[in-house]
Design a binder for this molecule. Structure first.
Ligand code: ZN
Ligand code: ZN
Length: 745
């Protein structure tokens, strides 16, 4: 007997091994095995069993089959195979995302290198160090600054590519001490305190609940779009649906985009279902992860809530899958392979397990909306806000007019917005402000020669961060602070800080409203694990007057105290060369507006723009969904973009731009004999054409969407051109295949 084994490596090849006599009883498809590979022992999975091997030579044997491994249910195995096929990912990698290999290893905390400043260092040679090795000098200063705390060396990666060797050199010179320590600190679980609410359902809600209940009872696959305006009480619909599933002896999976941003939803579930819920998210430690996985696998948990990978939970007897905020970009895994979309996987899993799938959003993606229009999804609608809350009034402020009238340029807080904020502060009401760009200034320019401060590795402007007084690359994570001493071209020390990030807005707010309590939430402010939950909690308690942040705070939050939402610059992101740029802008504005007036007091929204006539800004400011979908679908038909076509993006990445370009050209010429109805665009440099010293090119494949056969056609075309001769083609360059990409840049 022989087994075809797939390994969790990025190779599509499977490997044949002999199954020794004593292991035959455990040898089944999807079992986990240890096999010799080169001179290592690696874990893999059996993808098929055969009685004859075409291989003439001596085959190696499987070392061990782990009978204790939880074998995937046949439904999950089917899902793994679908993911591997649809997303063109090696089956070993697809399997690994469903049942991570790391879960099953005995877990011992990892040890990392740390550095500590040496108090008794001889500092007389410091001047020499600054001259002879500026890198070491920089690292020395950072470690000294952190003293008396020690510093994890890997955090210095942004400053030097090889922090450990720089630190070792510093240790040899006696400036610092290095040591290893284990890092298992059980993080506090994300705040998950029960949120109590008394609910009386309105007519629309009752209708939706009844509809879901009767579909659930059919125990058949169905996909449903729950389209509810912001504040319409969708969480309550989820709760009623899960209750019904439980009564039927069925379990549920609830996907939410980012659990730490939506503690209120988790809190509501906790209040209703108590301990029967498992949380699955990226901030679990390995030990917590293994334990949670186990309680799901044994059937102890009947409800799993989590981010995208929770769609793979080995939960038994599945009856219901809910995808909240189904339009959210975080459902798409960009890297590593498999590059899947959790919403689409949810639908496939629903089909395989014959259960009900509920996609929910106030701003459904165009794909989902279109699928409802062509009757692939049932449509459930909540057109009104819950309780007595009414929809906010929206006012658009034209920043061009305002400039003309006031003679001021670069207006960040317009007169209108300032006055509205003052009113709220006087009435002890709360304000939410959105500026979807972090840092202080996204572009810094030499005022003498015009040179722009750039990231050397990414060919992109560095963002100035005022609080840590340094430059950061938002693409590769580079951090530097000697960039600002003087201009690299003309040595001038005069810089212009152009553009507006959240830190600049925060500064202006502090000057304009000196007595207001202001908090900023963005990626930089929330690196500390619990600070976000703390900020949200104190905002809820009324201890903060103005909450300012990026798109992180534009969705999901339910704060009845907010009566004013301001969008500082609605045009950000509108002109990115991506066919989804307008869709994202609309969602951001509409969702943010939806945070206003959720309590008893009416809300108001101020949208600041330089582009008042833009159709997206117009539709968003009127909160006019119908117009928006009509416009957008028309645009997409015209340009033959999804949902009217199937798109695949193929990225080529490597250190040598010539070699990457010639590889992409070679692949392009393979495509010449494509097929009728296939459009091939490129190769062209990616929008981010250089990231981390790696050059990037892309080819776009577009295939008409008359019906699903075109999807199959596109898939077999990609398989034929890639799977068979991929390794021999690419050499040291990488090829990433993005099926149904959510971003073209
Ligand atoms: Zn200059
Ligand atoms: Zn960079």
């Amino acid at each position: 007997m022989f087994a075809e084994v797939s390994l969790p490596i990025s190779s599509f090849q499977t490997f044949t091994y002999a199954v020794p006599e004593n292991l035959r009883k455990d040898a089944i498809v999807s079992a986990r095995v240890d096999v010799p590979f080169g001179n290592r022992k690696v874990s893999g999975i059996i993808v098929s069993l055969i009685h004859k091997s075409s291989f003439d030579g001596q085959l190696k044997s499987i070392i061990k089959i782990d009978p204790s491994t939880p074998i995937l249910s046949k439904e999950l195995w089917k899902l793994v195979k679908w993911i591997s096929h649809y997303y063109v990912a090696p089956i070993g990698l697809a399997y690994n995302s469903v049942l991570p290999f790391s879960l099953l290893k005995d877990y011992s905390p990892r040890k990392s290198w740390f550095a500590k400043f040496n108090e008794s260092a001889n500092l007389s040679t410091l001047e020499n160090l600054q001259k002879s090795s500026p890198k070491q000098f920089l690292v020395y200063n950072i470690i000294k600054k952190a003293s008396p705390n020690c510093m994890r060396i890997s955090t210095l990666k942004d400053i030097t590519s090889n922090p450990i060797s720089v630190c070792k050199a510093l240790e040899n010179k006696g400036f610092i001490n290095l040591f290893k320590k284990s890092e298992e600190h059980v993080r506090d679980n994300i705040a998950f305190s029960p949120v109590k609410k008394k609910i009386i359902y309105n007519k629309e809600q009752i209708e939706v609940i009844d509809n879901i209940k009767s579909s659930l009872k059919l125990k058949k696959f169905s996909s449903n779009l729950l389209h509810g305006v912001t504040g319409s009480g969708k969480t309550e619909i989820f709760i009623e649906s899960i209750k019904t599933a439980i009564e039927m002896g069925k379990s549920s999976i609830v996907l939410i985009p980012e659990i730490s941003l939506t503690p209120q939803i988790a809190g509501r579930f906790k209040d209703v279902f108590g301990e029967g819920i498992s949380l699955w998210h990226s901030q679990l430690t390995k030990a917590q992860r293994a334990k949670t996985w186990d309680s799901i696998n044994t059937g102890e948990s009947k409800i799993v809530i989590g981010a995208r990978s929770a769609i793979f939970s080995p939960i038994k007897n599945l009856g219901l899958i809910i995808v909240d905020e189904e339009h959210d970009a975080s459902y798409k895994q960009e890297s590593p392979s498999p590059r899947y979309h959790a919403r689409d996987v949810a639908i496939m899993r629903g089909k395989i397990e014959s259960c009900l799938v509920l996609l929910s959003s106030a701003t459904p993606s165009l794909e989902t909306f279109y699928n409802y229009k062509v009757k692939k999804h049932n449509y459930l609608s909540l057109p009104k806000r819950y309780g007595f809350a009414v929809y906010p009034k929206v006012k658009v402020v034209d920043l061009i007019d305002e400039s003309r009238e006031t003679g001021k340029f670069n207006i960040i807080i317009s007169g209108t917005l300032q006055q509205k904020i003052e009113e709220r502060l006087n009435n002890n009401e709360q304000v939410l402000l959105i500026q979807n760009r972090r840092g202080y200034s996204p572009t810094v320019k030499c005022s003498d020669c015009g040179n722009i401060v750039m990231c050397a590795g990414c060919k992109t402007p560095l963002t100035f961060h005022k609080y840590d007084n340094n430059f950061k690359c938002h693409i590769c994570g580079f951090i530097g602070n000697n960039e600002m001493d003087n201009c690299k071209e003309c040595f001038s020390q005069n810089f212009l800080y152009l553009g507006t990030g959240t830190q600049k807005v925060e500064n202006i707010l502090k000057q304009t409203f000196p007595s207001a309590r202001i908090a900023r939430v963005d990626y930089d402010s929330t690196k500390k694990n619990d600070s976000l939950v703390k900020v949200l909690q104190s905002f809820l308690n009324g201890e903060i007057d103005i909450l300012l942040g990026t798109q992180m705070i534009s969705k999901g939050l339910d704060f009845p105290g907010i009566t004013l939402v301001g969008i500082i610059n609605a045009d950000l992101g509108l002109h990115i060369p991506d066919f989804r740029a307008t869709e994202r802008t609309f969602q951001l504005i509409y969702q943010a507006a939806g945070r206003a007036g959720r309590g008893e007091k009416a809300g108001e929204v101020i949208i600041q723009t330089y582009d008042k006539k833009n159709t997206v800004i117009k539709a968003a400011s009127k909160l006019d969904l119908e117009k928006y979908y009509e416009n957008m679908l028309n645009d997409r038909i015209g340009l033959n973009y999804p949902p009217f076509s199937w798109v695949t993006k193929i990225e080529f990445i490597g250190k040598n731009s010539k070699s990457v370009f010639s590889l992409s050209n070679k692949i392009r010429s393979n495509f010449l004999g494509g097929y009728k109805g296939l459009e091939v665009l490129g190769p062209a440099p990616c929008f981010k054409e250089k990231v981390n010293n790696q050059y990037r090119f892309q080819i776009i494949l577009k295939s008409l969407k008359k019906h699903d056969t075109n999807s199959n056609k596109l898939h077999s075309f990609i398989s034929q051109n890639f799977i068979e001769n991929r390794a021999s083609l690419s050499g040291s360059n990488k090829i990433h295949i993005h099926i149904d990409p959510i971003s073209m840049i």
